[in-house]
Design a protein around this ligand. Structure first.
Ligand code: ADP
Ligand code: MG
Length: 705
């Protein structure tokens, strides 16, 4: 280990001003173990000590404000859990209330009435009175000249840190102390010189110093850009290395024949012409399948874009080459629906298609497993049961996974074990459009195909927003559509935290509908997650067969049901659904030739966020546009499919906002690995060293294969 590294790697207790107790706090509260770790805790904002709001000009919409004034009064109010500390804060224009709910004891001891403070916080309007809860407070003039830059860093903190003497000011001092000692050559540069020049990036040392203590906005911007790039660049470099390594080492079955199954089906049985997008994707997959490497491809395609047909064509290629194929779906209902459509498409081809799930038991299962092992079943469709140990194929060549399962390492191993000597080719299909930036990161190690075209003749779904006041209209509308022979979904949200209440809402909604849509004229199906699979299936089938006109459901219908005659989707409490979920639900209609409608019901009063989501849905049918909007509204951590993935925990970069930096980082990483796959060139030594020193950041991501 060389000299340069050791300073940043020095345990935090050896930093002047830290000591064992504070070190313990830094470890437990912030996971800071070394001096370098502390430097990597970037400020989340900066106080511009030169600009202040005036209290008289504030209102309920002011948002975050910075004030300079004097603390006038401090008193506790309320009892027990409602106890709070209330202060009055005055500037030369007026007075505002400050309020705290925790840390009261410490605050009472430490805040000084009559003292001038700079405070920062969010304005809340409470019965027309304005206040700020838990403001950040700093005594004016408390800092030495050196530590009072125009932009003072603010660090995210915890109650414990604040009350145990490691508040923002102490944190600032510690970082200051580090930079008093630290020399530029003690922070190893991890980007090659030519990149620094190309992008006019500051050195790593400068960037670190400037992100903590920027001279001005410009300097801060430059530092942040460099550090964001660095973060995204190394992430991409790792992902691309994984992809390359797998591509170079994991061999796969060679499917070079396009034979009778495929040709007969394609030329004689295809019920429609493929869209150009479908053709392109099938071509991309065919290419993957014949090169002798294991395929790992993600197919993204909006609801209704025809992914099932693409899957079938690929499975036929597997069969043509003497292999079996399987297709896995996340729910029983969806798996069954795949089974039905694949069987329908492939009838008369002389192919054995079978269905397996946890509900298939006893003799039936035994029989099926025997046929599977002997190779008499060609395509197996089912749920997660497919990857259980007791499921043995004769020769599995291709696994299609619908709806974006994220496989853990163990599950992946289970799938890989199912074939010999190579793992099966893997095709993952998802109907959740993922914004490009996110896909590049989440699936950075996979190949991606996009079906960006819907089959012709689909009429775009008309989406409207209605409030409770307009329910009568909605009922009339439903009746009109049913009179034309259509069917209607009515969907209620169901989330775990309020499951009981949600089910009550569904039942109440059902009772109310019963009054307007009474038998014998009307029949209603009800489906929710708490029902037995058998009952659920029964109700579902009644709707599929057209015996009921209305299906009242919770989001269990979200994935995959296909009832072309259903042309109206009424969504209750729309404001409680996320955008991508709404988009999925809406995709349940518009599958037939008829004009379809989506009615978004909500209460009259909506949050800004809820309104924005509903307006987005009304404005566009495009899944990718919706995904982009969702990313902007909720941030990357909340996008479906990302939660389990540690990959999104970026320090500085924001996938919703830094798409351009990410794009650049990806391109640079690709070019570097193209030119110098093992990073042997002298100019790439810094990259190699950084990757090696930061191995622990290369988490085991849950990849799909
Ligand atoms: P996805 O799984 O992508 O949501 P599906 O595979 O269920 O979509 O297809 C939706 C509907 O569109 C099905 O009824 C299917 O038969 C039909 N379909 C698929 N491809 C085409 C095409 N090229 N032309 C016409 N209809 C198609
Ligand atoms: Mg599908």
């Amino acid at each position: 280990m060389n000299q340069t590294q050791s300073i940043l790697d020095t345990p935090i207790e050896y930093l002047k001003g830290v000591g064992p107790q504070r070190a313990e706090l830094l470890k437990t509260e912030l996971s800071v173990f070394t001096i370098g770790d502390l430097l990597m805790q970037y400020p989340y904002r900066y106080i511009d000590k030169t600009s202040f709001h005036r209290i008289a000009e504030l209102n309920g919409d002011s948002g975050y404000v910075q004030l300079r004034g004097v603390l006038r009064l401090l008193a506790t109010a309320g009892e027990g859990r409602k106890k709070r500390l209330v202060g009055k804060f005055r500037d030369d224009s007026g007075v505002i209330e400050l309020v705290w709910f925790t840390g009261i004891h410490w605050l009472e001891k430490n805040l000084i009435i009559g003292t001038e403070y700079v405070i920062f916080g969010k304005i809340t309007a409470f019965n027309k009175n304005l206040n700020i809860a838990h403001p950040e407070m700093e005594v004016v003039g408390s800092e030495t000249a050196q530590t009072a830059p125009t932009m003072a860093p603010m660090y995210s903190s915890t109650d414990k840190l604040n009350t145990k003497g490691l508040d923002v000011k102490a944190r600032r001092r510690l970082v200051q102390t580090i930079f008093e000692k630290l020399l530029p050559n003690e922070v190893p540069e991890n980007l090659p010189d030519y990149l620094l020049q190309k992008f006019r990036f500051p050195s790593r040392y400068d960037a670190l110093r400037q992100i903590h203590f920027p001279k001005d906005e410009q300097e801060l911007e430059a530092a942040r850009n460099r550090l964001k790039f660095e973060e995204l660049f190394f992430l991409q470099l790792r992902l691309l290395q994984i992809k390359r390594r797998r591509h170079d080492t994991v061999k796969g079955f060679v499917f070079e024949t396009i034979g009778d199954y495929f040709n007969e089906f394609f030329n004689e049985k295809l019920p429609f012409e493929l869209t150009n997008a479908q053709k392109r994707v099938v071509k991309e997959i065919r290419q993957d399948l014949r090169v002798g490497k294991q395929m790992n491809r993600l197919v993204q395609g909006d609801v209704g874009s025809g992914k099932t047909m693409v899957a079938l064509l690929c499975m036929l290629i597997a069969l043509d080459n003497g292999f079996q194929a399987c297709m896995m779906a996340p729910t029983e209902i969806l798996a069954q629906q795949h089974y039905i459509s694949i069987n329908e498409y492939a009838k008369d081809l002389g192919i054995q298609v079978a269905f397996l799930s946890g509900t298939i038991k006893g003799k039936k299962r035994e029989q099926l497993l025997k046929l599977l092992k002997e190779g008499d079943i060609h395509i197996l469709i089912g749920t997660h049961a497919l990857i259980e140990d007791w499921v043995e194929f004769k020769n599995l060549g291709l696994a299609v996974i619908d709806e974006q399962h994220r496989f853990g390492v163990a599950q992946r191993a289970q799938l890989w074990k199912k074939s010999n000597p190579y793992p099966p080719h893997v095709l993952v299909m998802t109907a959740t459009p993922i914004p490009r930036t996110l896909a590049m990161t989440l699936y950075g190690d996979l190949d991606i195909s996009v079906i960006d075209e819907l089959p012709p003749g689909r009429k775009p779904i008309t989406t409207v927003h209605k409030t409770e006041h307009q329910r009568d209209h909605v009922i009339h509308f439903m009746k009109d559509e049913i009179a034309k022979g259509r069917q209607v979904y009515v969907v209620y949200p169901l989330i775990e935290e309020s499951e009981k209440l949600d089910l009550l809402a569904l039942e109440a909604g059902y009772e109310a509908l019963r009054r307007d849509f009474a038998p014998p004229e009307y029949q209603i199906s009800v489906v929710h997650g708490k029902m037995k699979p058998k009952d659920k299936d029964f109700e579902m089938q009644r709707f599929v067969k057209g015996e009921t006109q209305i299906m009242v459901a919770t989001t269990v219908i979200e994935v995959g049901v296909n009832v072309p005659n259903a042309s109206v989707m009424v969504i209750e409490h729309t404001e409680r659904f996320g955008l991508s979920q709404l988009h999925q639900l809406r995709g349940r209609v518009g599958r037939g030739a008829e004009q379809s409608f989506c009615v978004l019901m909500s209460s009259y009063q909506l949050s800004a966020d809820g309104r924005e989501r509903i307006q987005t849905m009304v404005r566009t049918n495009n899944g990718f546009e919706i995904a982009e909007a969702d990313l902007k509204l909720r941030g990357p951590g909340n996008i479906e499919g990302t939660q389990q993935s540690g990959i999104i925990n970026l320090r500085l970069a924001d996938l919703a906002k830094d798409g351009r930096i990410l794009q650049a980082a990806r391109e640079v990483a690709t070019r570097i690995l193209d030119d110098d796959p093992t990073l042997q060139r002298p100019e790439h030594l810094p990259l190699k060293r950084h990757l090696e020193e930061n191995k622990k950041e290369a988490k085991v991501w849950s990849r799909i294969s």
